[in-house]
Design a protein around this ligand. Structure first.
Ligand SMILES: NC(=O)c1ccc[n+]([C@@H]2O[C@H](COP(=O)([O-])OP(=O)(O)OC[C@H]3O[C@@H](n4cnc5c(N)ncnc54)[C@H](OP(=O)(O)O)[C@@H]3O)[C@@H](O)[C@H]2O)c1
Length: 349
């Protein structure tokens, strides 16, 4: 008789991050010991996912009864859909609590947050860099983040659950993820291959016909390549499975996915260079977005100014468990022309 497989439940399988993580699980050395269930909103994508050997369930995280029930059946949950959906996280935690109560199992939750959490209260608007650098191995420093920081309400609920003892929790906080995801799930039309922040800056720059930035583009953020942040998910998962006692969880379970730091100006300048090369702008020198442009292209002043905040992160904890990212700002800058071309192609279709 074959040994029971590990039930894994992943949310966000059709997404940029979640799809890349799912691909890594499907190609993991122990993949044949996993039984992977995913929750997807599209019936068409669910059908396609079946051929990848996963069990798709059609539905939304807004259906908290469905979500809780699916979570209850899993020993490992990867939450890769939404860093800010507290009701969904409460349903996830409730499912994990029930599993623990019924089976005595101590399940594992790996949740995706983001280093946007480090930007709270900033009125920098791209005008200057701040000095504070956050270190994921400094528990007290992370605990000093205010409860109203971006993503923080969900992260605090996750850490509280670990404290209550019915689940072991781990939170990965990527900074700006860059690069076009390239997986068989993208090729099959299942996964979104594009990130969020850089594509938004590209679309705004294309829209105004000139590279744009918030203020002087002087604020600093961390960055990470999509494949290297997927490495972090798998290195963390492997460490938890092989040597759980050595891996920090709960209040000690924050892992930044950040490998280098850029000024926003560098990104906007690279967008400008690509626009000049493609004959879309006369100058590669970025200029500041007006408030009207921030609202028009990013949806609100707050969203627009987000790319003028500082988020300075050092991933010492992630590196301590064996994460070895090699890519840096040069790679980020080199990735931008392909992003511009991809967006132009989308806009033509
Ligand atoms: N990309 C970055 O640079 C970055 C950096 C730091 C943190 N993060 C965080 O990571 C998370 C994922 O980001 P991403 O870039 O992968 O975004 P994405 O490509 O838009 O993926 C989001 C995924 O979540 C799914 N989803 C959203 N709402 C859902 C719902 N109600 N029910 C079921 N599924 C739902 C989407 O499904 P559909 O296909 O049906 O829409 C998709 O699979 C977000 O919380 C984001 O803030 C991202």
């Amino acid at each position: 008789m074959s040994a029971a497989k590990t039930p894994i439940f992943l949310i966000g399988a059709t997404g940029y991050v979640g799809g890349t993580v799912l691909h890594r699980l499907l190609t993991h050395l122990s993949a044949d010991t996993f039984e992977i269930t995913v929750l997807v909103r599209s019936e068409e994508k669910a059908k396609k996912l079946e051929s990848f050997g996963v069990k798709p369930v059609v539905g939304s995280t807004k259906d908290v009864v469905l979500l809780e029930g699916l979570v209850e059946q899993a020993h490992v949950v990867f939450s890769c859909a939404d860093a800010d959906d507290l009701p969904a996280m409460e349903a996830i935690l409730s499912g994990l609590r029930k599993r623990h109560a019924k089976l005595g199992d101590l399940p594992i939750l790996i949740h995706t947050s983001g280093t946007g959490e480090l930007t709270i209260g900033q009125e920098t608007k791209g005008m200057y860099a701040t000095d504070t650098i956050y270190d994921d191995s400094n528990v007290e420093q992370i605990e000093s983040l205010p409860p109203d920081a971006f993503h923080r309400n969900v992260d605090l609920a996750v850490v509280q659950a670990d404290k209550e003892g019915y689940v072991k929790t781990y939170i990965i906080l990527p900074s700006t993820i860059y690069g076009i995801a390239s997986t068989p799930l993208v090729d099959a039309g299942i996964q979104n291959p594009y990130s969020i922040q850089i594509p938004a800056l590209i679309k705004a720059s294309l829209g105004r016909g000139h590279p744009g930035m918030v203020g002087k583009g002087a604020a600093l953020w961390g960055s990470v390549n999509i494949d290297e942040v997927a490495d972090l998910f798998i290195i963390l998962f492997d460490a938890i499975v092989s040597n759980p006692e050595s891996v920090g969880h709960g209040r000690e379970g924050y892992y930044f996915g950040s490998s280098d730091e850029h000024a926003w100006y560098q990104i906007s300048k690279a967008i400008g260079k690509a626009m000049v090369e493609l004959g879309l702008s006369k100058s590669d020198e970025p200029t500041a977005f007006s408030d009207e442009e921030l609202v028009k292209y990013f949806g609100s002043l707050w969203m627009g100014n987000y790319s003028g905040t500082n988020s300075r992160a050092r991933a010492n904890h992630s590196k301590a468990i064996g994460w070895k990212p090699k890519k840096g700002t040069e790679d980020l800058v080199a990735s931008i022309k392909a992003e511009v071309e991809a967006i132009l192609k989308q806009q033509k279709n």
